[in-house]
Design a protein around this ligand. Structure first.
Ligand SMILES: Nc1ncnc2c1ncn2[C@@H]1O[C@H](COP(=O)(O)OP(=O)(O)OP(=O)(O)O)[C@@H](O)[C@H]1O
Ligand SMILES: Nc1nc2c(ncn2[C@@H]2O[C@H](COP(=O)(O)O)[C@@H](O)[C@H]2O)c(=O)[nH]1
Length: 207
């Protein structure tokens, strides 16, 4: 595998999807890992674009079949990253971007740590996070409350990430994310390093 992985995490409502969408034309060729979830679709979300929406029984069947690189229960629903498309994209040398929670970041690091660069995105304050969750109008008040409570736990994992992006100004945060993505691309995994060393040593010299 010669690609690289960039993991983006942060509280729900931090602006991860917004930033990935804005950064897309600026990063160049990459593969965005579409997660599978048991969360019901929000208005406007499309199966196979935003998520693969499924039910608990088939998600648990996929867990048992070893389909996931990582999965976790987040805000009361299952979310998981399918291993097969990620492996294929890596084999094609692509940068693979994940938008996953802090548990998923830990699990992915344990399996593919040498390929991973990670960034944690957060609004500057909890009050601003609450404002964004409310103004997005996608979740009922109980869901917003639960997501805000979870945010206080998630931010404890900050030190586990390579980069912190404070999303106060969207243009600046997007620019920072693009910089991180370019850096992630330049980070070869152990296998790629070994291959380079072998070919470098085999390249010979005149003396
Ligand atoms: N810098 C910003 N200033 C003001 N509003 C913002 C900023 N960044 C994002 N938003 C808004 O905040 C809301 C949440 O953003 P978004 O849906 O991208 O968050 P997310 O981190 O992907 O959330 P989730 O994890 O729940 O999918 C959206 O309405 C978005 O337009
Ligand atoms: N561990 C994983 N977390 C995931 C995955 N896909 C998304 N997420 C995280 O879930 C929350 C909530 O997302 P929402 O779309 O319901 O608002 C968010 O923090 C995502 O990063 C995954 O495959 N694995």
């Amino acid at each position: 595998m010669s690609g690289a992985i960039l993991i983006l995490s942060g509280p729900s409502g931090a602006g991860k999807s917004t930033i990935i969408q804005r950064a897309e034309p600026l990063i160049g060729d990459f593969y965005f890992s579409i997660s599978t979830t048991t969360r019901p679709p929000r208005e406007g979300e499309v199966h196979g674009v935003d998520y693969y929406f499924t039910d608990k029984e088939s998600f648990e069947r996929d867990i048992a079949a070893g389909e996931f690189l990582e999965y976790a229960q987040v805000h009361g629903n299952y979310y998981g990253t399918s291993l097969k498309p990620v492996r294929e994209a890596l084999e094609e040398g692509k940068l693979v971007i994940f938008d996953i929670d802090v548990q998923g970041h830990r699990l992915a690091r344990a399996k593919m740590g040498d390929l991973i660069t990670s960034a944690f995105i957060t609004p500057p304050t909890i009050a601003e996070l609450e404002r964004r969750l409310l103004s997005r109008s996608t979740d009922d008040p109980e869901t917003v409350r639960r997501r805000l409570e979870n945010a206080k736990e998630e931010i404890r994992a900050l030190e586990e990430y390579d980069f912190l992006i404070i999303n106060d100004d969207l243009d600046r945060a997007t620019e920072e994310f693009v910089t991180v993505a370019k850096a992630a691309r330049l980070r070869p995994g152990h296998e790629a390093l070994r291959r380079f060393r072998e070919s470098w040593l085999a390249s010979g010299s005149r003396s």
